[in-house]
Design a protein around this ligand. Structure first.
Ligand SMILES: [Zn+2]
Length: 163
């Protein structure tokens, strides 16, 4: 891979460290020294600032004092965000555990109530069968009673004539 060269000054033969896009859409590359010229040119046209992108992010770069301070501030803010997210995750785990426990309790309760309902349905069915048997027995007894009544009546009518 060939390293691009600075395009700001035709006399500059330095390796380009940054790529950028002019406000009018044309792409360019520049060396560390000419980064200043890129923004001066854009400012002069009232179109700045131009965003410079490091061509090789792995290349060691000199960082200004201001940039370093800004990066430190960024790191502190992200660290705080990270801590806040960690606490949220811990809270979510706790809440998840609580819900899992509640779900287990409700499943056990449901199984228990299903057992109770089945027992009640069995009892009801047995009671219905007993009732039906009792009704049938009563019908038999009633029929037998009526038959005996008729026999008693007949016997009562016939007895005096024989005597
Ligand atoms: Zn240059």
């Amino acid at each position: 891979m060939t390293t691009p060269l600075c395009t700001i000054d035709p006399e500059c033969k330095s390796e380009a460290l940054y790529s950028f896009v002019w406000p009018w859409g044309e792409a360019g590359t520049c060396c560390a020294v000419h980064t200043v010229h890129v923004n001066q040119k854009a400012d002069a046209l009232g179109r700045g600032p131009v965003q410079l992108m490091a061509i090789d992010p792995g290349r060691p770069q000199t960082i200004s004092r201001d940039e370093r301070a800004r990066l430190r501030a960024d790191i502190i803010v992200r660290d705080e965000d990270c801590q806040a997210l960690k606490s949220q995750i811990v809270e979510l785990h706790k809440s998840n555990d609580a819900m899992a426990t509640e779900a287990r309790r409700l499943r056990a309760r449901t199984a228990h109530l299903e057992g109770v309902a089945k027992d009640a349905a069995d009892d009801l069915e047995a009671a219905r069968e007993e009732r039906d048997e009792a009704v049938a027995a009563l019908a038999d007894v009633t029929t037998e009673r009526d038959r005996l009544r008729v026999l008693v009546d007949v016997a009562a009518r016939e007895a005096p004539e024989r005597g």
